[in-house]
Unconditional design. Structure first.
Length: 437
């Protein structure tokens, strides 16, 4: 077979980008949460999501790490695993992955073009269309199991169409307040909407009040069994270093020492949630959990304490995430001086993020990520006025490429953080593959 000609490659790339442009156009206007459209859409597609078991994961912080850990364990056990996450860093195809391989551009183009009339007829949103594509692709690829990450909230998120074998809610934080509520309790209530009757539930938040609320919601939903951190398992003796995070996990009086290559105190808890998902599902899943220590070394997660010296990438799009990055920098002894390149979306707590980053970085360069949505870009005049009053070591470089170039001058470590757009744009310019092992 002859290799594709440059002209055909160009035509394929053009068709892919055109299909994505039409898909992203579906993000226009107000968010339209709810399950009616995606239910009808998947019904018209033959309900592909019912052809394989699903693990469902929600949470403000930690869900990405939990998904990545579960993916590594299940693949290590020899299963064919579909993984659906959002958003992407560099390429849209990162969202839909089977056994570590992203959905091909050709397959994405074919699905979007082929189903565009149906998507338009039903008024499907960007995320509903993408979710339906992912769930259909997993069926076509005959996966043994899929891991599905919630996009926004839980109760009304398009992914809540799945009937999982087990669902987990990780740590709750303040995010998307306009949709989920302005208290941790309200946000937790929305995320608890993924708990379903007859499916196992895992409560991963470590704070007693939120943990109790999530447990109550799971029991009210008819979930069984319900496993709760601190009650049904304990995580202790956490040690973080440059090689990862080790900890002691105790379940039913049995103690194991486990290590994940993910760096950070809370990665011990995220790992424990992934293991609890397997235990709660029982049967063959619980059998896999007992061997999980063998598979943890292969865990990888794009854009989360992702190290390519001198660069260190972490999306850290809220103050809690930024504080975690700083703690991890201290734990691994990242070489100084540290320069941080930061761009935060205006609806995020950029003040809290910059205050956290300033605890580790000798210099902070604030900039504008090229792909940041125009209606959500932060105002650098406001940022600089505030930084001067706070006495933070902040300089402004509006051009993103200039910020990356200057960041390397005199720095032993360059941290890129603030949003998926910031990290993804930097990885693309620096030619760092987010899915590389």
């Amino acid at each position: 077979m002859n290799a594709a000609s440059p002209a055909s490659d160009s035509a394929s790339a053009s068709a892919y980008h055109a299909a994505l442009e039409r898909l992203f156009a579906r993000t226009g206007g107000a968010w339209r949460l709810g399950l009616d459209r995606v239910t009808e859409l998947l019904a018209r597609l033959g309900d592909p999501h019912r052809r394989y078991p699903v693990f469902h994961v929600a949470g403000t912080n930690g869900k990405g790490s939990t998904v990545a850990t579960l993916d590594a364990i299940l693949r290590g056990a020899g299963l064919r695993v579909g993984r659906y996450t959002s958003p992407h860093l560099v390429d849209f195809a990162e969202r839909v992955v089977v056994n570590g391989e992203p959905m091909t551009h050709a397959a994405i183009t074919e699905w979007l073009v082929g189903h565009e009339p149906l998507l338009t007829e039903l008024g499907a949103t960007f995320f509903e269309a993408t979710t339906a594509m992912a769930l259909s692709y997993f069926a076509a690829q005959q996966v043994d199991v899929a891991i599905v990450e919630v996009g926004l909230g839980g109760r009304l998120d398009a992914t809540n169409i799945v009937q999982p074998v087990a669902a987990a809610v990780t740590q709750i934080g303040f995010d998307h307040l306009e949709f989920l509520g302005d208290t941790l309790e309200a946000i937790a209530g929305e995320k608890a909407g993924i708990f379903k009757s007859g499916a196992a539930a895992v409560v991963g938040d470590t704070r007693p009040g939120i943990r109790d609320l999530l447990q109550q919601r799971a029991e009210q939903a008819g979930s069984a069994p319900v496993l709760v951190t601190g009650r049904d398992w304990q995580v202790e003796e956490i040690v973080v270093d440059a090689q990862g995070t080790s900890f002691t996990l105790t379940v039913d009086g049995v103690t194991r020492r486990l290590t994940t290559p993910l760096v950070g105190q809370f990665q011990a808890h995220n790992t424990s949630v992934a293991l609890a998902l397997l235990r709660s599902a029982g049967g063959r899943w619980a059998d896999i959990e007992r061997e999980a220590g063998r598979y943890l070394p292969s865990v990888r997660i794009a854009g989360r304490f992702h190290r390519t010296p001198p660069w260190l990438f972490d999306v850290a799009h809220n103050a809690d995430g930024a504080a975690t990055v700083v703690a991890n920098l201290l734990s691994v002894g990242a070489p100084h001086p540290i320069t941080a390149v930061v761009c935060v979306l205006r609806d995020k707590d950029w003040r809290g993020i910059l205050q956290a980053v300033a605890r580790a970085a000798e210099r902070i360069i604030v900039t504008m990520a090229p792909t940041a949505p125009a209606n959500r870009t932060w105002n650098l005049d406001d940022v600089m006025d505030w930084a001067v009053v706070e006495g933070l070591p902040v300089v402004r470089r509006d051009d993103f490429g200039t910020a990356l170039t200057e960041a390397q001058v005199g720095a032993a470590t360059v941290l890129v953080t603030g949003s998926f757009h910031t990290v993804g744009d930097a990885m693309e310019r620096l030619q760092v593959d987010p899915l590389a092992r």
